[in-house]
Ligand binder design. Structure first.
Ligand code: MN
Length: 231
């Protein structure tokens, strides 16, 4: 069978130490997963996790040793960074128990959940879906994936973001309200996870705006850092 037009290429992320890439299926994101960020967004810091999605082709690969350009999106005057640990799923499943969750993890990467905050706030006020604020093109910059076996200390790693060399976000993965295993348990109650799924696991406090010309450097200790310039 042929297709009526050429299908889009598979979106993929490079893998450390491998010539083979990780093919992306879906991008799930966790909202308000660090107490101090939940508070800065107007919550109490104790809500159950909630999820939203970005399209797979929102991925913008930030290769090691380079600065990747991210075009400033339209329809916003308040583009925010959110530094996040990204969990790459290698084995799918539904109703995965937290105690089994790590068997499903292929590896980890550093990511940015870029957000049109003004549009998000407008949509929230109107009680409308806020896909337009989260799922835009190039909204998911991500570094190369470190296989789980080489990222054993990731759950107690420092996570940080600098803009133009100045610290904007700095916390620790251990401060997540719902850890990686619990997040996988909750998420897989709602969707059957598939190999190739990426989970942006939430951002710590300190989110804020960037403008054209700013360079964001994001890191999680033990993983490949990313450098992204807004153009
Ligand atoms: Mn986020």
């Amino acid at each position: 069978m042929a297709y009526v037009f050429t299908p889009p290429a598979v979106v993929s992320v490079p893998v450390q130490g491998s010539a083979d890439a990780f093919p992306v299926h879906r991008i799930y994101c966790v909202g308000r997963n660090y107490a101090d960020h939940a508070k800065e967004m107007g919550g109490t810091g104790r809500e159950a996790p909630f999820f939203f999605m970005k399209p797979a082709d929102a991925v913008l690969v930030a290769a090691p040793g380079t600065t990747v350009s991210m075009p400033y999106p339209g329809l916003t005057a308040n583009l925010h960074y959110e530094i996040e640990l990204v969990v790459a799923i290698g084995i799918g499943g539904s109703r995965i128990l937290a105690s089994d969750a790590h068997k499903h993890v292929f590896g980890y990467a550093v990511g940015l959940d870029m957000t049109r905050r003004d549009l998000q706030n407008d949509m929230k006020k109107q009680g409308r879906p806020w896909s337009i604020s989260k799922g835009f093109d190039h909204s998911a910059p991500i570094g190369i994936i470190t296989p789980a076996a080489q990222a054993t200390a990731v759950e107690t790693a420092e996570i940080a973001l600098q803009v133009n060399g100045t610290d904007r976000q700095r916390s620790n993965i251990a401060k997540m309200i719902w850890n990686v295993a619990e997040t996988i348990e909750k998420l897989s109650e709602a969707w059957e996870l598939q190999p190739g799924d990426l989970i942006f696991s939430g951002t710590p406090e300190g989110v804020g705006p960037v403008v054209r010309g700013d360079t964001m450097v994001g890191s999680v200790t033990g993983l490949h850092p990313i450098s992204v310039k807004v153009v």
